[in-house]
Ligand binder design. Structure first.
Ligand SMILES: Nc1ncnc2c1ncn2[C@@H]1O[C@H](COP(=O)(O)OP(=O)(O)OP(=O)(O)O)[C@@H](O)[C@H]1O
Ligand SMILES: [Mg+2]
Length: 265
């Protein structure tokens, strides 16, 4: 399992926000997280992404027990295992598109030459290579989100978190961004957990998790798995990756991806 969440609780000022949330996600799985405003979706994502801490319960990402890690350990897991895409892109305004995408690799000490080639390949892959040296303020919303997706996956995270990634885009551009996210997840075999208010967007995911008042009222539980169809797709992807390393996302990357590392079931 790429993600295991068990009995997660969190309160703000004694007001319970998460009330015992539990579910699991496998490699290559895509899940939409739906629920009314204020139901705790972003809080849950923050606890899973290691930017916030739950009060009790467990979050295990690619075998790393987030609840048992200190601040340095959490930062390490965030930088190596997790990628995040936000509604408002959150690109650094003074860095170019390419520099924004390069940043996560700098943080984990990837050598300059390898950084450059991986950034170039990935910008090409997400369709914004022609805007590599533009500042975020010079990009369209769709271009910004493509750059933000590239930044979120450049370090090949096992888990990709997205909080309303199309919430700030028109429906056509939003649909393109959803397609891109789905393709990237297929190519990298990451698990994608995506908050959305759109039932339409949720339908594109293999699985729906629905929150209400801090509880999962649909799709939760510790034995919730991907649908059978998605499982066979997953097996296909794994097979493909095993037989043709490195993965198609970054053909020139030197360090190899080990599909077995995320295949812990
Ligand atoms: N740092 C905080 N301090 C106090 N209360 C908070 C904090 N962050 C969130 N909350 C409250 O927790 C509840 C859940 O918030 P959260 O952001 O998780 O909701 P959400 O499901 O993501 O909603 P939306 O769909 O509007 O983004 C809300 O009532 C919110 O006001
Ligand atoms: Mg939210």
């Amino acid at each position: 399992m790429v993600l295991e969440v068990r009995s997660l609780t969190k309160a703000y000022a004694n007001r319970p926000i998460l009330r015992g949330v539990g579910f699991e996600m496998a490699a290559g799985e895509r899940a939409a997280l739906l629920g009314p405003s204020g139901s705790g979706k972003t809080t849950l994502l923050n606890c899973i992404g290691g930017v916030d801490r739950a009060d009790s319960g467990e979050v295990i990402v690619a075998g790393e027990k987030l609840h048992a890690l200190d601040a340095d350990g959490l930062a390490r897991v965030r930088r190596t295992r997790i990628g995040t895409v936000f509604q408002f892109f959150h690109l650094l305004p003074t860095l170019t598109a390419a520099e924004n995408v390069e940043l996560p690799l700098q943080l984990i000490g990837v050598p300059a030459a390898e950084r450059e080639s991986r950034v170039r390949d990935l910008l090409e892959r997400v369709g914004v290579s022609h805007r590599a040296s533009a500042l975020p303020s010079e990009l369209s919303g769709g271009e910004m989100q493509r750059v933000a997706i590239a930044r979120a996956v450049i370090h090949r995270p096992a888990l990709l978190l997205a909080d309303e990634p199309t919430g700030n885009l028109d429906s056509h551009t939003g649909a393109q961004v959803l397609d891109l996210l789905a393709e990237i997840v297929r190519e990298t075999n990451a698990a994608l957990l995506m908050v959305t208010h759109s039932e339409e967007a949720a339908k594109r995911c293999g699985r729906v998790l629905r929150m209400k008042d801090g509880e999962l009222i649909e799709g939760g539980g510790t034995l919730a798995f991907a649908a059978e169809g998605q499982r066979s797709q997953e097996a296909e992807v794994l097979n493909h990756l095993k037989n043709s390393a490195p993965p198609p996302l970054c053909p020139s990357a030197a360090n190899s991806y080990d599909p077995k590392a995320s295949e812990s079931r």
